[in-house]
Ligand binder design. Structure first.
Ligand SMILES: Nc1nc2c(c(=O)[nH]1)N[C@H]1C(S)=C(S)[C@@H](COP(=O)(O)O)O[C@H]1N2
Ligand SMILES: [Mo]
Length: 205
């Protein structure tokens, strides 16, 4: 068998290691496709706010300057879009949800579910346990550069272990909820959870 025409990546996982990182039904890309359901919002750092809410009650709010003063985390992870592309070893910097909760004075999420809200109205739902313990961040840098607006800049959610539609671009608000509320794609036929390793693409998969 010949090597695929893609570099092996800097972790040196060796032969076969790469295909083991590609979930069923996915193929690798080396570019970074842009997938947006609507127009890219114009970044506005003066009016930008990031908020955490418990249901309808505000828990914490950060301006852009305050948000950028929070401790940062670096991760290098593989990402998987439901349209079948996967990209290995993507490098991000941002503020982990653990750090946000801690900064808000919370030792754990105030509810078992979240609805994630974005500039432009896009929403997605993620269980709270899937965004804590180092599993998710609000990313502001990609590959050492400020996150490009098309990819969600100034800030996007990054939940790499779920299909990439959960990684909400232009994220502005995390709302913790007692009940699961489906987001935009989840209301439109996509899976409520979206685990790429179990190929949970559509409702009922
Ligand atoms: N606000 C917002 N976030 C979004 C989307 C969107 O349309 N709006 N598309 C989702 C989908 S389907 C995917 S695959 C990824 C694409 O991210 P990218 O454009 O950076 O590749 O963003 C997700 N986050
Ligand atoms: Mo997607």
């Amino acid at each position: 068998m010949s090597e695929p025409p893609i570099s092996r990546g800097f972790r040196g996982r060796g032969r076969g290691g790469q295909s083991a990182r590609v979930p069923p039904g996915q193929h690798l890309v080396t570019d970074f496709p842009v997938l947006s359901a609507g127009p890219t919002p114009e970044p506005d750092f003066d009016s930008w706010r990031f908020t955490l809410e418990d249901g309808e009650s505000p828990l914490a709010e950060w301006s852009w300057a305050e948000f950028n003063a929070l401790p940062r985390t670096d991760v290098t992870v593989d990402i998987h879009c439901v349209t079948t592309w996967s990209k290995l070893d993507t490098a991000w910097r941002g503020v982990s949800i653990d750090t946000l909760l801690e900064a808000a004075g919370l030792s754990e999420p105030p509810g078992p579910f979240t609805l994630i809200h974005c500039d432009g109205g896009y929403t997605t739902n993620v269980p709270s346990e899937d965004i804590v313990d180092g599993k998710a961040m609000v990313a502001t840098l990609f590959d050492g550069e400020e996150l490009h607006p098309e990819h969600g800049g100034p800030a996007r959610l990054l939940v790499p272990h779920l299909y990439f539609w959960k990684s909400a671009k232009w994220v502005r608000r995390i709302q913790f909820l007692d009940e699961e509320v489906p987001g935009f794609w989840e209301e439109n036929g996509y899976h409520i959870y979206g685990d790429p390793w179990r190929e949970q693409r559509y409702d009922g998969d």
